[in-house]
Design a protein around this ligand. Structure first.
Ligand SMILES: [Zn+2]
Length: 399
């Protein structure tokens, strides 16, 4: 007897009727004189069109369409309601990420924390929620079933202080506190937000399967490549993404502590590798970023799980306590998603830096990375090995 298969639901409205036909959302602006406001709206739309097959077109005679207006606050209905529907982008809603959030509703998404599985990821502090606003935290059951994982970094996820009655207290607490500053970002749509939208609207575009790895999928805007989780690249998401010159790359954990310093400004991706069954111990001893309750623009992000799609835990602000990643709280290492000897576990660190950024990671490693090389493996040979393991592993599936 097999285990009952758990049914996951993402945050998209299940009803196909709520979706927009022809991947196209007709729109109009209620106020065409406010150039700054219109630029803001165009920025929000561009976030979706850059990454998905969805298109926003100025409305001509279409029956169903979106009207942007400056209402009191920021809001939208979920999915296509039929006829004219409003998206309010009022004062205080400045920011392309907020517009992208409201458009996410119009595309068909509820809030990420409305997913029925959200109690596995977050706690709600009901005492701190403004009376009468509990409805904003309701779980929904009318959501689409997919394997798309819960995403703390979704632009559709509320931040820690959403609807709080006291700004000193949070209403949403992530069960794993290291994700506390990942939730609520409104800088951009996340990998999973984009995957969702492409899944709903663009699934039939690419005819050829590329067998993308690590949660990647065929990119509807370029079917010859997979669309990869941030930090990964290559045609099939098999390797680490390209960083700003002067930082990033694959590192092999060793038996002694190694120190990684970087003051590079840009996007830096590191992958720390350890042999199958071993884990990487990782400590952040110093970091200096702009403080924010949701780390959105400048931060260190750590992906430690097998699933590389999900936004990792993010740190901004000052150095974090050592305990954050110390041994007792360090999660179980991800299972290698391929079989055989010499499988490697990956840990991916991402840093998006600004001027005066300085990180100092301490990377502890594990013994004998590659016995075959007698511990003298250099990065390029490891690269080759990882590639060959990925190729070998993708054909075999564990029962
Ligand atoms: Zn919302």
């Amino acid at each position: 007897m097999g285990r009952p298969k758990r049914v996951k639901r993402n945050a998209a409205a299940d009803s196909v009727k709520l979706r927009w036909p022809n991947r196209t959302i007709p729109f109009e602006f209620k106020d065409t004189k406010d150039a700054k406001w219109i630029t803001l709206l165009r920025d929000g739309m561009a976030k979706w069109t850059r990454e998905t097959c969805l298109r926003f077109v100025p409305r001509t005679t279409q029956k169903d369409y979106v009207t942007f207006f400056r209402g009191g606050g920021c809001y939208s209905s979920v999915g296509r309601t039929g006829g004219k529907q409003y998206i309010s982008i009022g004062y205080g809603c400045e920011g392309g990420g907020i517009v992208a959030h409201e458009l996410g509703h119009a595309i068909g998404f509820w809030h990420e924390q409305s997913r029925p599985d959200r109690d596995e990821y977050i706690n709600l502090n009901n005492d701190n929620i403004i009376k009468g606003t509990y409805g904003n935290f309701e779980k929904r059951t009318d959501l689409e079933r997919t394997d798309i994982p819960y995403d703390f970094g979704s632009v559709m996820h509320y931040g820690p202080q959403a609807f709080t009655n006291n700004w000193n207290y949070v209403t949403i607490e992530t069960k794993d506190h290291r994700f506390q500053h990942t939730i609520g970002q409104r800088a951009d749509i996340s990998f999973i937000d984009v995957k969702h939208a492409n899944h709903l609207y663009c699934n039939d575009i690419c005819k050829m399967r590329l067998h993308c790895l690590n949660g990647g999928y065929e990119n509807p805007l370029d079917c010859s490549r997979c669309k990869c989780p941030p930090g990964l690249g290559g045609i099939r998401c098999e390797r680490i993404a390209t960083s700003t010159p002067g930082c990033g790359g694959d590192l092999i954990a060793t038996a002694t502590w190694s120190v990684l310093n970087s003051a590079r400004v840009g996007k830096c991706y590191w992958r720390l590798l350890a042999p199958y069954g071993q884990r990487v111990r990782f400590e952040i001893t110093d970091a200096d970023y702009k403080c924010d309750s949701s780390c959105a623009e400048n931060y260190l992000e750590i992906k430690h799980q097998r699933d590389m799609q999900q936004t990792g835990f993010r740190q901004c602000c000052n150095a974090v306590p050592d305990t954050l990643l110390s041994k007792p709280t360090f999660p179980k290492p991800p299972l290698a998603n391929w079989e055989g000897q010499g499988g490697l576990n990956g840990l991916l660190g991402q840093e998006t830096g600004i001027d005066n950024t300085f990180e100092n990671y301490v990377v502890k490693e594990l013994p004998n990375v590659l016995r075959s090389t007698g511990g003298r493996a250099d990065i390029s040979s490891l690269f080759t090995l990882v590639d060959s393991l990925l190729r070998a592993g993708s054909g075999k599936k564990k029962k």
